[in-house]
Structure formats: C-alpha cells, structure tokens
Design a binder for this molecule. Sequence first.
Ligand code: HEM
Length: 369
Amino acid sequence: MNKELLEKGFIPDEICKVLPEGFQDIEEIASSLHKILANNQITNAVNEITQEKDLSKLTNSELERAMLLYSYVGHAYMWGKEEVEDTIPENIAVTWYEISEKLDRPPILSYASYALNNWALLDESKPLSLDNIRILQNFLSGVDEDWFIMIHVAIEYEAKNVLGSLKKYYLDEDFENKNLEDALTSIKKINEIMNRMPEKCDPYIYYNRVRPYIFGWKNNPATPKGVIYKGVEKYKDEPQLFRGETGAQSSIVPALDALLGITHSNDPLREYLDEMRIYMPSEHRGLLAGLDKFLEEGPKNKVVEHETFVNEIIGEVHKFRNKHLEYAKDYIFDQALKKQSNSNIVGTGGTPFMKYLDKHLKETVPKDD
Ligand code: HEM
C-alpha cells in the first residue's frame, strides 16, 4: 500500500488540458458537446471521429484526458439521443476500450474522469478553493453542473489534510495528539464545503439536466442487457454491464471509515461500494486494499488514549453522511416523486440508495456507543 497517497490526496499532480496532435476530432466534439446535445447532433458528431488513434506516446495525464473525452462523448451518445440504443459505434468504442485497458478501469465515465481530472485553477498563483476552480468538461454546461463537480473537487483537495493527519496518527511511528486536532479541523472544513452544494446547484436542474448523462449501463432499465462496444474483440459483441459515475467512487470516505474503524455490516450498498473500487484509479484501489488489512487488525491502542478526539472526528463523518443523505432526498428522491416515477428510484450507480445511505449513517457512530 502506498500510504503516502493519504498525505498527497487523490487529485493527480498533473492534469492535461488538451491532447496532442491526432486527437483534434474528439477534442473539438467535446468542446462543443453542449451545443451538439442541444441540437440533437450527437450521432453525426460521433460518426466524424476517426477510429485509429495512437495511444503509445501518451503520458499518464494525457491518457486520463483521453479517457475523460471518450467517456463524455460516449455517455453523450448513449443518453443524448431521443431513442436509447444499446450499441456504441466502433469509431469510439475501440479507442475508449484501449484507453481503459491502459488505465486499468472499465470504459465508462467514472469519478476519476468526472471530478479528479476535470478541473484547472482560474488563477495559477493561488491555491485551489471553490472560488478558484474551473471545470474543463461538461455535458450541457451551466452553473449547476459545474458547481456539482466543483464541490467534489474542493472536498478532494481538502481531504488530503484530514487523511494525511490520520495517517500520521495511525500509521506512522512518531504520532502526536496534534494530528487528531488537525484532522478534526480539516473534516470540519470538508463539511463546510459540502454544505455549500445548494448555493449554485439546484435540485431540479441536477435531477433533470445533470444526472441523466452520468448513468451507467448496469441495473439500468434503459439498457437491461447492457451495452455493446462495437469492434472490441475481447467483448465479442456481447453487451457489457458497467456502473455509472458516483461519489461512491471517491476513495475519501472508504479511507476515513477504515482509519477511524467505522464498519458497515453486510448490505447491498456495502457490496456496491466494494464493487466501486474497480472504477477507481489502480493506485487508489491498492491503498484501500491496504487499509482493509489495517481495519481487520482491530482497534488500535492509540485510540484509547485520545478517544474523545477520535469520536469528535467520527461525529463529523456522521454529519457528512447526514448532509449527504439530505441531498440524496432533495436532489433525487423528491425530484423523482415529482415526476411520479418513484417505482424504481436508484442512484446513478444503480442502488436503492435511501435505505442504505441511512444505514451507513447510523453505523457511523463513536466507539463507546
Ligand atoms: C447533490 C449531491 C449528491 C447527491 C444527490 C449524491 C447521491 C448519492 C447516491 C444516490 C449515492 C448512493 C450510491 C449510488 O447510487 O451511487 C451516493 C453515494 C455516495 N456519495 Fe454521493 N451524492 C452527492 C454528493 C456527494 C459528494 C459531494 C460526495 C463527496 C465526495 C459524495 C460521496 C459519496 C459517497 C462516499 C458515497 C458512498 C456512500 C457511503 O459510503 O456511505 N456524494 N451519493
């Protein structure tokens, strides 16, 4: 396990903003995706993309950019037409698949593309904050869509402080009480950022204009058998089932749970969260596997000494999950009721989320409870 990642955070060191020569077609389509979608032109646009792409010289950050562009265009193709088809054409499917093989995660829009690799600083001389982020790629564009992603990015940036401090406390030799104080200060900042979601992301717009594009093909009534990636030899024209983009693919909360000893008894959301790991960058996946072992080893002696502090931090994770559950209700559940389509309310990843998010909230409790 690369425990240094906890101090470094999950946002990559380098984010590529434009791909080199040879990728102009996909860059151009992605940059006008909002207009293409507004004008129902996605099929024509995708037909113009050439299949042959040389991925061999791309750096890791360029591969991430390529994954981001193909994922956005692929999802726009799937969800931006009047009639949903179950086949992605060869000219994007093959390259999308090849990139995904290199990055070792499935060819679908995942959190790493949607949030972690999808931003730049407005002012390079200042640190990342909600006032200093611009989102690189979106579907329909607009403040609600950007703000939804910006909140995730700002939380990821702050999370390196809470996780880094907890790492020093639990995993390093020379730990001190101050590590816990720092962790508490940082998780409080995360909650302040989380609370700002409604400032610029309206539940109606989120439900009707942002969310429809990030669904996956697994457990989705629109694609009951999955989706065929035309021309991908390994898939042999058989439909593939992949989950959609969700914050559940962020490594922050699983890492916090593991370090703080928060466990969830078996339920569909827990199984789903484990499944989410295949959609994460492999380095993050490796870290979480290492932290699983740490959790299995049982309660840490250090905890006894500073139990009150640790419990205060757990209390903040509880607040985070509580606000998150409130958002799941306001942004999805209530919106679905308004549309009278409540028969099958599932998250973008495909879980009956209200019941299980509530269960995970109730399991986020201090150790002496
Ligand atoms: C309007 C805002 C949000 C809504 C409506 C929302 C919705 C959901 C839903 C429905 C799930 C259930 C699983 C699924 O179907 O994917 C989920 C899971 C999750 N989301 Fe969000 N989410 C929001 C914001 C965020 C933010 C800002 C984060 C921060 C990284 C986040 C992190 C998570 C995590 C970690 C899980 C797994 C649940 C757990 O571990 O208890 N979400 N979200």
